[in-house]
Write a protein that binds this ligand. Structure first.
Ligand code: GTP
Ligand code: ZN
Length: 211
């Protein structure tokens, strides 16, 4: 997978001012970014998240999934530690794209679960690859990750691609009435390693407003 570093800049956020590194995949033209904080080039394993783009969760405050909550939690944890990296991969919809995800959501509104919906649209349950992480991590001098994820397939795929995963750290946050079924499906059908009782619930304000 050939990926080109394009540019980097500062990115102030409510938790810390990160460095924002922009990359472009040569084959697809897709643009991916990595946020880093502190010196990530030293050998000590880096607190990290490999986050798949979810426009609805990350930018539109969707409560249908846990993505937006995980994104904020990961940035907060990295800021608290003062060192870390968040790889933001443009693989919306577990790789099927935003408009197909909306089609999948419509099927879920009619009773399908998140895996069935993908399959009814002719896709696999999860179409993502993570090999794009390898050249980005190499460019940034990151040698080993303490990866915040509940997804064993992500850990396995990254390891097989040659990324050194020193440790997996759970990131269970944002559980709410609107994503309960989605979360249980991820446990039941996508092998996610999480117990719903471990989840930090979404803030009560959200639930009151939307109940
Ligand atoms: N096709 C599809 N994609 C979804 C759905 N809900 C969330 N996504 C996408 O799933 C991706 C996030 O996957 P998750 O399973 O939430 O999390 P993960 O990255 O696999 O695992 P974690 O690292 O533990 O968060 C994003 O690209 C979302 O757009 C859905 O119902 N259908
Ligand atoms: Zn999401």
């Amino acid at each position: 997978m050939t990926i080109r570093f394009i540019a980097a800049s500062q990115l102030p956020t409510p938790w810390a001012t990160f460095m924002l590194h922009g990359f472009q995949e040569e084959s697809s033209g897709k643009e991916h970014v990595v946020l880093t904080l502190g010196d990530v080039t030293t050998p000590a394993p880096v607190l990290a998240r490999v986050h798949s783009e979810c426009l609805t969760g990350d930018a539109l405050f969707s409560m249908r999934c846990d993505c937006g909550y995980q994104l904020q939690e990961a940035l907060k944890r990295i800021a608290d530690e003062g060192r870390g990296a968040l790889l933001y991969l443009r693989q919306e919809g577990r790789g099927i794209g935003l408009l197909n995800k909306i089609r999948a959501y419509a099927l879920q509104d009619d009773g399908a679960d998140t895996v069935e919906a993908n399959e009814r649209l002719g896709f696999g349950a999860d179409q993502r690859r993570y090999d794009i992480c390898v050249p980005m991590l190499a460019h940034l001098g990151i040698q080993s990750l303490r990866l915040m994820t509940n997804n064993p397939r992500k850990v396995e795929a990254l390891s097989q691609d040659g990324v050194e995963i020193h440790e997996r750290l759970p990131i269970t946050t944002g559980r709410n009435p609107f994503n309960e079924h989605y979360l249980t499906t991820k446990v039941g059908k996508l092998d996610h390693m999480m117990d719903l009782d471990d989840f930090t619930p979404a803030s009560s304000v959200d639930i009151e407003r939307d109940a």
